[in-house]
Structures are given as structure tokens and as C-alpha cells.
Design a binder for this molecule. Structure first.
Ligand code: UDP
Length: 332
């Protein structure tokens, strides 16, 4: 069954890859994006695009009607943890209040399915690793709280209305489309691999290593890096599962179930580029756990999701290929 899918934030990093995955799977994505952090050119040419805000219920309602929307993939939001600490109300507006508005419009317009971009930041500092979905959620920053509040709204709305959802809790998303059709284009990015490939291509002088005294093998933070195309594929599988079984909702981790330290990530970039990044050892960044690894058995068991790009060097290669392409796009 070909589905018409409204993709909020489809001009952003993960949303633009979801658009590609939907097209590749034979569905029809329709994008809404306010282009605050996304780029119009990041949206695949085959996808219809609407410029606007998800809190504009008049606009969203007319898109749902005109495009015969069957389901919503909701990526639009703000994603920078330190910024959420400085400006929590921005996060409670963009991630929580605007999601509330979108969910309300979905329900009142008869859209029955939503896939939601959630985050491992909902766990805070997990008591055990790998972390499982039924473990306590105690976010340690407003970003994580703003996303958890949306998960709670979805849970309650699904109980009250003819509506089901899948909240996907992303671990560390990295890499780019293998065909370099999209990638991470965020200006002023703070994420490790993005910074490392920028440095490898001479766009930065060095890479800071935040904390060398963590309780990990080499003392630097360990994260579960997942290739953005594997993550996008998980969204398509989740979408099809929601439509097939409308009585069930899901909250699922998205990760590979193992991790790499900051040093291992930088080593991989050195290996792939055959150069040496200049590493600056610095103090810990506030709010960073030692290690954050997913237990991914639930998404594998329920949806049969299997990663295709669980290979750090390949993730680095794809990120580098995109970063080169981005240089061309930006200078054109
Ligand atoms: N990190 C780092 N230098 C950087 C950016 C990140 O050492 O320039 C570390 C960070 O402390 C964490 C890991 O890399 O241990 C991943 O951080 P990132 O910001 O990419 O993602 P997060 O885990 O915060 O979502």
C-alpha cells in the first residue's frame, strides 16, 4: 500500500533522509518545514514541499486534506542540548507545544498514525548499559524533557483516540546517504563526527575532546553511532507496522547496541583520510554521560529491522563524501 506521509522537518538532517527512504520504498512524502535550520535544497525533488510551521493548524489541516495524508513522520524541532539549557522555553515551545498542536491537528483531521523523532536523552544518565526502553526516563536537560513530554502526550492521545504512534529514541545519528543525495548540513554543528569531518577537510583547525577521565576504556565518552540511512529505514518499517496493526503503539530504541569512544571515532577519520586530526584535550562538557549504548532487541524483534551500515569506517566515508558535496553546494 502506497502511503501519503507528511514529513515535518523534512528539510533537516534526519527528515531529508526519511524522505529518501520513503521514496525508495514506494511511498509519497510531503514535506512541511519552516527552514529555520533546514534547507529547501535538502528536500528530494520528487517530494512536494510546503514552507510553514507545524503550529500553523490551518496550513497543516489543508495539507492533510489536499494531500490525502495517511500518516505523519514528525522530525521538526530543536536539537542542541546546551542551547536547551540556556533557553529552555524555546525547547518547550518548538518541541513540546508545537508537537501538541501538530498532534491535535492530526487527530482532528483524521490522521491515525504518527512516527515521532525521540531521543536517548529521555533516559538521562542510564543506570545500566545497554539501556532498554522500559528503563527509567530521567532526562537531565530540557531537550530530553521536551521530547519526553511529547512521548507522554502521544501515549495519552493514543489511549483516548483512534490513533497510534511509534516513538523512536535515537542514539547518536551520523553519516549520510550512501549516494550522497543528502547529509548533515547544519550550520555550526556540535556533533562529534560532523566536526571531525569538517576538520579533516580543513574547515576547522582542530577537534576538541571533551573529557578524558570518563569510566571508559580510553577515558573518552562512548556513544552508539547509528548510520542515518539505517535510522531512516527504521522509520519506514515503523510506519508500515503502525498501519498494519492500528491497535499497537511502540517506543523503541534506535542504535546498534555497541559503541565507540571519541578517540575511536577520530581514529576512524584518520584511517579513512590517511591524515592526522589535531586533537585538543579539554574538560568534560556539562551533562555528558560516560557511555550511552542502546539495547536494540525490541526494534529487531518487533519490526525485523536489521542495520545495513553498522561499520564505523563506512559511516565516516559517507559523512566525508557528503561534506565534500556540501562544500560544492555552498560555493555554487
Ligand atoms: N564530543 C567531543 N568533541 C566534540 C563534540 C563531541 O569530544 O567536539 C564528545 C561528547 O563529549 C560525547 C561524544 O563526543 O562524548 C558525542 O557527542 P555529540 O555532541 O556528538 O552527541 P551527544 O552524545 O551529545 O548527543
Amino acid at each position: 500500500q502506497k502511503l501519503n506521509v507528511l514529513v515535518t522537518g523534512g528539510a533537516g538532517y534526519i527528515g531529508s533522509h526519511a524522505v529518501l527512504a520513503l521514496i525508495d520504498a514506494g511511498h509519497r512524502p510531503v514535506v512541511i518545514d519552516n527552514l529555520v535550520t533546514g534547507f529547501r535544497w535538502a528536500v528530494a525533488e520528487d517530494a512536494r514541499f510546503y514552507y510553514g510551521d507545524i503550529s500553523d493548524s490551518v496550513l497543516v489541516e489543508s495539507i492533510i486534506r489536499d494531500e490525502h495524508i495517511d500518516a505523519i513522520m514528525h522530525f521538526a524541532g530543536s536539537v542542541v542540548v546546551p542551547e536547551s539549557v540556556e533557553n529552555p522555553l524555546k525547547y518547550y515551545n518548538n518541541n513540546t507545544a508545537k508537537s501538541r498542536s501538530l498532534i491535535e491537528t492530526a487527530v482532528s483531521s483524521g490522521v491515525k498514525h504518527m512516527i515521532f523523532s525521540s531521543t536517548a536523552a529521555t533516559y538521562g544518565i542510564p543506570e545500566t548499559s545497554p539501556v532498554r526502553e522500559d528503563m527509567a526516563t530521567k532526562p537531565i536537560n530540557p531537550y530530553g524533557t521536551s521530547k519526553l513530554m511529547t512521548e507522554m502526550m502521544l501515549r495519552d492521545v493514543a489511549a483516548a483516540h483512534d490513533f497510534n504512534y511509534c516513538a523512536l529514541r535515537y542514539f547518536n545519528v551520523a553519516g549520510a546517504d550512501p549516494l550522497a543525495r543528502s547529509g548533515q548540513s547544519t550550520v555550526g554543528a556540535t556533533h562529534l563526527l560532523k566536526i571531525a569531518v569538517e576538520a579533516a577537510l580543513g574547515k576547522r583547525d582542530s577537534v576538541s575532546v571533551f573529557g578524558t577521565d570518563y569510566a571508559t576504556e580510553d577515558g573518552t565518552g562512548v556513544r552508539d553511532y547509528i548510520h542515518v540511512s539505517d535510522l531512516a529505514a527504521a522509520h519506514v518499517i515503523a510506519l508500515e507496522a503502525l498501519v498494519a496493526d492500528p491497535a499497537r503503539s511502540h517506543t523503541l530504541n534506535c542504535g546498534y547496541g555497541h559503541g565507540y569512544s571519541v578517540m575511536q571515532v577520530l581514529d576512524a577519520v584518520d584511517r579513512v583520510t590517511n591524515k592526522k586530526l589535531d586533537r585538543k584535550m579539554e574538560g568534560r562538557r556539562a551533562g555528558d554521560p560516560d557511555s550511552l549504548i542502546s539495547d536494540n532487541r525490541a526494534i529487531k524483534d518487533r519490526f525485523g529491522w536489521e542495520p545495513r551500515f553498522d561499520n564505523l569506517d563506512q559511516i565516516v566515508q559517507h559523512a566525508l563524501a557528503w561534506e565534500r558535496r556540501l562544500t560544492d553546494i555552498q560555493s555554487a
